[in-house]
Structure formats: structure tokens, C-alpha cells
Design a protein around this ligand. Structure first.
Ligand code: ZN
Length: 392
């Protein structure tokens, strides 16, 4: 890794459009963003990249990835594999949040932390959540609060499942207690203590969260419901939740079968939400990467399994810009500034002085990802992978 990295002639979106700038990075942070930065500022072991007018956006923040694998609902052979470093970096993802899912028996929180530390050592920034779908919540210290306070990687709890046949069907009191524990744990450790909520297929939608918010002092902003574009009914419930001030997360990885069954694609759902005046600050996308995606045949029999792809995260933003005519500086927020804010990651999600030097260079014509930089290290350059995972 070079000591200093100077990127010249980039059209910088912080995500706000700052115009053509030079950006200087050192020691993993953004040191300067100026119209022109002289090479005189560089120490000997430095690299200069001419962006040639490429769009420079913040590194992407993926708020839900099954980094140690997920799935398993079709038996042991359907457990999905662990992700690799380049699954993230080639997709422009420089920050991600790992979580368990349905399975907290053969998947463990200790393994999750180890994997998060491995990915962080390999060059990106990886956090995770304690708990899983189930209530009572599985933890390491036997307390959600203590896990968040004592374990650096833990920034919240979840995905806790609601409105799903795989959920433990937590009561208002049970889920409120988990949220209060996460909130206090977050307050005492300078974290957000967010409660990631997996919302399933049931028509209960977000009713449980509405009940908690109306019957307790826990603010809406403590909850982060995901899979909101699962169907039109849930998307509509999510719209009202967001208009009332809550956060909603849309899942980008899907199958042709689910789209044919009426699941709105994230790009289309985003256009509809913005049209209905939902602030983009309330909306995020996540990939649900490495989750299992079952495919059923015409008779409803399981026909195969696919694995959720991290690459879908940016593909849906690209489609939102190119096909739904949403401005780049708006669309890009759902995978940069908005999730960083929801998760309480203060140095992530925007290109600002002293923030982490995470960025992506996009081809200005195709908007394809060309170069990816994480903590000041060039991970992907002009489409070629420069840094691979340890066993890749
Ligand atoms: Zn989920």
C-alpha cells in the first residue's frame, strides 16, 4: 500500500456533486479535496491516478451480508458458502455488515466475528450484528447490551425475524426489550445499537414495529426493517413507516422467479418511493449477499438454489440512474450516506475531509465500476483485481 494516493481530475460526488476535483488520501483517510493539488505535497512512496473525468463516489456500504454463509432451510447441503473479499471489492463495497440468519445453531457469532476480522485485515471495513432470526436472542456474553458494549465489531442486533414462518413470533414486550437493550448498549459504547429486522411474507407487515413505537418510548429510528420490496403490500407499509420518520431497507439480490411473481425491483421501488416524497435519507439498499435464494418450478417444487450476489447492490443503483432517471447524486445515497447514517458509521458513506478513504471510480458513460479504493488502498484498478482474499 502506498503512503499517499492522489487522484486527479475526478468528477466528485460526495455524494453531492462537488465538480471536478483532485483528492488526496493518506494513512487511510481523505486529506484534501481541492480544484488542484500539487505533487509537491506527495512523499516519495506515493501513487498518482488520473481519473480522466471518471465519477468518484464514496465506497459502498452494504448493511446486510451473510458473510459466513446463510440459508440451510433445505437441509445441510443447502447452507451457502462464506463470501470472499473480492465479492465485495469488485462490487464497489468497502464497508459491510455481517449477520447470521435463520441458522444460529450451525452458524455461530464467534465465527461471524472471526470472519469480520478477516475481511477487515484483508482491506475492507466489516462490522456485524449480534443475535439472529430467533428470540430469545443468541449472544456471546448472554446480553445484547454487553455484546454491543464489549465487542468492537458488534454495532447492533439482528436480523430479528418478524412476519415470517421462520420467526420466533416475538411479542411486543420481547422485541421492545431487545430494542431497549441494543439502544442502551449503543449509547454506552458510542454506537447506534440498531435493530435489524427481517420482515417476511406475512401480511402482518410492520404492525409489530408500529405497536412498539406507539406503546413505548423507543424511537422508530432504532429499527431497521429489511426486505421491504418483498411484495407491494410490504412496500406500501414501508412507505408509510418511512414517511413517519422510520428507515427502510430494500433487498437487491433476487431471482427472475421472484420478479415475475410481482416483487418490485429495487430500482423501480426507489423511483416510486421518491415520487411519493419519501426522503432518500430514509431509504437504503442492501444485497443480502450469500443468502440462499430458492427457485421453485411450476408445480411449486424446489427446483434449485441460488446464492445472493453482493454485485446486485450497485447494479440496482445503476439501473435506478439509467432506467428510472434518478440523478446519480440521489440514487448513490441509498448505498453510501443513508446506510452509514442509519448504522451510525460516522467516517463512512461520504467523501469528506478526515473520513475514511473509501471510494469508487465509475465510467462516466456506462457508469460501470472501474476502480475501487478501500482505506486508501487500491483494491480494484480499471476492472482488474489488485488485492485478493487470503485463499483466493
Ligand atoms: Zn432476512
Amino acid at each position: 500500500m502506498k503512503t499517499m494516493l492522489l487522484i486527479r481530475n475526478a468528477q466528485v460526488y460526495s455524494p453531492q456533486n462537488l465538480g471536478k476535483k483532485d483528492v488526496l488520501m493518506a494513512a487511510g483517510a481523505v486529506l484534501a479535496i481541492e480544484d488542484y493539488i500539487s505533487s509537491h505535497h506527495l512523499v516519495e512512496d506515493s501513487e498518482v491516478i488520473d481519473a480522466k473525468g471518471a465519477y468518484m463516489v464514496p465506497g459502498f456500504v452494504d448493511s446486510l451480508v451473510h458473510i459466513t454463509g446463510g440459508g440451510g432451510e433445505g437441509g445441510f447441503h443447502t447452507r451457502t458458502p462464506e463470501m470472499n473479499l473480492t465479492d465485495a471489492t469488485t462490487s464497489g463495497i468497502t464497508t459491510l455488515v455481517g449477520a447470521l440468519g435463520t441458522d444460529a445453531t450451525t452458524r455461530t457469532l464467534t465465527n461471524l466475528i472471526a470472519k469480520a476480522r478477516a475481511l477487515t485485515t484483508e482491506g475492507i471495513s466489516c462490522y456485524c450484528h449480534t443475535g439472529s432470526y430467533q428470540v430469545p436472542v443468541s449472544t456471546i456474553t448472554r446480553s445484547v447490551r454487553d455484546d454491543i458494549i464489549l465487542i468492537p465489531e458488534f454495532i447492533g442486533v439482528g436480523e430479528v425475524a418478524i412476519a415470517d414462518h421462520r420467526s420466533s413470533n416475538p411479542s411486543v414486550e420481547e422485541l421492545a426489550r431487545i430494542a431497549a437493550e441494543a439502544r442502551v448498549g449503543g449509547m454506552l459504547s458510542g454506537k447506534k445499537g440498531i435493530v435489524s429486522i427481517h420482515v417476511g411474507d406475512s401480511t402482518d407487515y410492520l404492525n409489530l414495529l408500529d405497536e412498539i413505537v406507539s406503546s413505548t418510548d423507543i424511537p422508530m429510528s432504532q429499527f431497521y426493517p429489511t426486505h421491504i420490496n418483498r411484495n407491494l403490500g410490504l412496500l406500501n407499509a414501508g412507505k408509510h413507516w418511512a414517511l413517519d420518520g422510520g428507515y427502510i431497507d430494500l433487498t437487491t439480490s433476487t431471482t427472475e422467479m421472484d420478479l415475475a411473481r410481482g416483487e418490485p425491483a429495487c430500482s423501480v421501488a426507489l423511483a416510486g418511493l421518491l415520487e411519493d416524497n419519501v426522503p432518500v435519507s430514509q431509504i437504503t439498499f442492501s444485497s443480502d449477499g450469500h443468502a440462499s435464494l430458492p427457485v421453485f418450478d411450476e408445480q411449486g417444487e424446489l427446483a434449485g438454489l441460488k446464492v445472493g450476489k453482493e454485485a446486485s447492490l450497485y447494479t440496482e443503483v445503476q439501473k435506478a440512474i439509467l432506467e428510472q432517471d434518478i440523478p446519480l447524486e440521489t440514487a448513490i445515497q441509498v448505498i453510501t450516506q443513508s446506510p452509514a447514517h442509519v448504522l451510525g458509521l460516522k467516517n463512512k458513506g461520504s467523501l469528506s475531509l478526515n473520513h475514511d478513504a473509501d471510494c469508487v471510480l465509475l465510467n462516466p458513460d456506462t457508469l460501470n465500476i472501474e476502480t475501487v479504493i478501500a482505506k486508501g488502498q487500491v483494491m480494484v484498478k480499471d476492472g482488474a483485481v489488485l488485492v485478493k482474499g487470503t485463499f483466493q
